[in-house]
Design a protein around this ligand. Sequence first.
Ligand code: FES
Length: 152
Amino acid sequence: MSRSRKKVKKEEFEPHILVFCCNWCSYAGADLAGVSRFQYPPNIRIIRVMCSGRVDPSFVLKALKNGADGVLVSGCHIGDCHYITGNEYTQERFERLHNILIKQLGVDPKRVRLEWVSASEGKRFAEVITEFTNQIKELGPFRHYKSIEDNS
Ligand code: FES
């Protein structure tokens, strides 16, 4: 996802967004969105993981450091995780990650989001991606990668 960091006019800005989807719910939800032809912006690249709990916070920081303007982690709804409590760990980690982003790195926490999307929520997946993409467009290109580099 590495790319040139040259200045881009806000109206021309097309964000690069990385989405981690758990295999059992969110990835199936993304698939359903595609099969159902629900439209959403083409700004995302999906990485499928077996459970949202597999997403180490360092993956998120590495994505931002390497050119992502936003990162979304998506998994099963609480109580539906196929590994019982994987998404509960994800939620706890995310709270800690947000504290790190705000307090230590000065990154706008709106660039990193956690959403639960089930396999039957293709429409919701498309809505989440559309809304998050618009939010990242509002924020503009991510330029604080240097603070992440300095702290890693
Ligand atoms: S299997 Fe989906 S969040 Fe754990």
